[in-house]
Design a protein around this ligand. Structure first.
Ligand SMILES: [Zn+2]
Length: 400
C-alpha cells in the first residue's frame, strides 16, 4: 500500500520465478533469458475500491526463431497500460452503465473505458465465427443532429430465429456503404444467404439484387407500416391547418388525435375511441386516410399468394382514387415493388416480423442515450459491444 500525495493505491510488485524461463511473446515457447527492461506499471482491477497496480520489470528472451524479444506477459497486451483483467472488467460494466458512469465508479478515465471496450470488441470481432447465417436484415439508422449524409448509418443484422445480432455497421447509406458491409461479411456468408430483408431504399435494393441475387428479398413489413403511418400523419397535418384557417370549431375534431391515428384501430380504447368514432363518421380526409391504413393491415393475414396479390391490387386502386396525395404516393410505391412485397408470402413465415424493428429499437437506446460518444468510432464500438453478441476473451477474474 502506498500513498502518493493524497491518493492511496495498492501496488503489487511481481518477480519472475527463478526456475522458470520466460517465453517468447511471439510464439510463447520458453527461451533463454537475455536482459531486463525497466520497470513498468499496469493497472489492475481495483481491490476494495482502491486503485491497484502491478509493477514488474519484463525480461527479454532470446528466441531461436524470433530473436531478442520481450517475454510473454499473461496479464498484458502490448503497450497497453491496463491489464487484460481490468479491460475485461471495465468492458463488461460498460454494458450495464454508461461509459462515463463506469469511469466514475471505478476511478478511471473515460478514455480508459473507451480503450477497454475497443480492445474487447476487436478481440470479439477477430474471433467471431460467421456460420449458419441465413437471413439478413439491412436498414438505415439516423443518429446525432441534422440530416447530413454522415448522420445516417447502414446496419446489417442477422435475423435468424436462433440468432439475432448486429453483424456490421457503417457510416452513410449509399450503395458503396452496403457493398463495403457485404464485403466485410465475406463471400461465403453472402452466398449462403436464403433471405434478405430491407426497406424500399433504392441503393440497398440495387446492391442486394446484385450481391445476393440467390436470396429471396423481402420488404420489411414494419417499414411498410411506417410509410402508411407517415402518410396518414401528413394528411392530418395538412387538413388540420386548413381547418384552423377556416374555423376553430372545425379544427377541434382533429386536435390531439395524432397518436390515436397511429395506433392500430383495435387497440384504441376509452375516450380516444369515442373521438376516433366521431372522426370516422365525419367526412374528413383524415378519416378516409386512416381507414385506408387500417384496411391494409388485412393484407398480412393472407395465406395465399394469389389472394394477397389481388388484395394489393384492390387496395392500391382504392388509394389511387382517394384523392389523398400522401396515400397515392404510398400506393405507387407499393405497386412498383409488388414482387418484393409479395415475397413476404413466399418466405412463408421464415422471416420474423419484429426482428429488424426490435434491433433498431435497441440501437436507438445506444445512439440516443446521453453517453456522449465523442466520435463516430466510439459509437460504432459501443454498438458492436451491446448488440454484436461477440465472443469474449477468457478471464480468470469475472466480476460481473
Ligand atoms: Zn519465438
Amino acid at each position: 500500500m502506498q500513498e502518493r500525495g493524497q491518493v492511496v493505491e495498492i501496488e503489487i510488485t511481481l518477480q519472475p520465478h527463478g526456475g522458470i524461463r520466460g517465453r517468447c511473446s511471439q510464439c510463447r515457447r520458453p527461451a533463454p533469458g537475455y536482459d531486463r527492461r525497466p520497470e513498468r506499471r499496469w493497472q489492475f482491477v481495483p481491490l476494495w475500491g482502491i486503485a491497484t497496480w502491478f509493477r514488474y520489470a519484463p525480461r527479454r528472451v532470446q528466441c531461436p526463431e524470433h530473436g531478442v524479444v520481450v517475454e510473454y506477459l499473461p496479464w498484458s497486451d502490448g503497450k497497453r497500460p491496463l491489464t487484460g483483467a481490468l479491460m475485461g472488467f471495465l468492458a463488461r460494466w460498460a454494458r450495464r452503465l454508461s461509459w462515463r458512469e463506469t469511469a466514475q465508479v471505478f476511478q478511471t478515465s473515460w478514455e480508459s473505458v473507451y480503450r477497454s471496450v475497443e480492445w474487447f470488441v476487436e478481440w470479439g470481432l477477430a474471433e467471431r465465427q460467421l456460420v449458419g447465417v441465413e437471413s439478413l436484415g439491412v436498414d438505415e439508422i439516423h443518429w446525432g443532429h441534422g440530416l447530413r449524409a454522415a448522420n445516417f448509418l447502414t446496419v446489417i443484422y442477422q435475423i435468424d430465429g436462433h440468432c439475432r445480432r448486429l453483424l456490421w455497421v457503417g457510416q452513410r447509406r449509399t450503395e458503396a456503404t452496403l457493398r463495403r458491409g457485404m464485403k466485410a461479411l465475406g463471400p461465403e456468408v453472402v452466398q449462403g444467404l436464403r433471405f434478405v430483408c430491407s426497406d424500399m431504399w433504392k441503393p440497398y435494393l440495387r446492391v442486394l439484387a446484385t450481391e445476393a441475387g440467390q436470396a429471396l428479398h423481402v420488404l420489411d413489413r414494419f417499414h411498410i407500416a411506417l410509410h402508411l403511418n407517415q402518410a396518414v400523419d401528413q394528411v392530418r397535418r395538412a387538413e388540420s391547418s386548413r381547418l384552423r384557417a377556416a374555423s376553430q370549431a372545425a379544427a377541434q375534431q382533429l386536435k390531439h388525435t395524432r397518436w390515436t391515428l397511429l395506433r392500430r384501430g383495435s387497440r384504441v380504447r376509452g375516450r380516444a375511441r369515442q373521438k376516433l368514432q366521431a372522426l370516422l363518421a365525419s367526412k374528413l380526409q383524415t378519416a378516409r386516410a386512416w381507414e385506408l391504413k387500417e384496411t391494409f393491415a388485412h393484407f398480412w393475414t393472407y395465406r395465399s399468394l394469389t389472394w394477397a396479390g389481388a388484395f394489393l391490387d384492390y387496395w392500391t386502386w382504392r388509394a389511387m382514387r382517394s384523392r389523398l396525395e400522401p396515400m397515392q404516393k404510398v400506393a405507387r410505391m407499393l405497386r412498383s415493388h409488388e414482387e418484393l412485397i409479395l415475397n413476404w408470402f413466399r418466405a412463408k413465415g421464415e422471416i420474423s416480423t419484429g426482428a429488424v424493428e426490435g434491433l433498431n429499437n435497441k440501437i436507438r437506446v445506444v445512439t440516443r442515450r446521453s453517453y456522449g460518444f465523442r466520435t463516430y468510432k466510439a459509437m460504432e464500438i459501443a454498438l458492436y459491444h451491446t448488440l454484436g453478441r461477440l465472443p469474449e476473451p477468457e478471464s480468470a477474474h469475472r466480476f460481473c
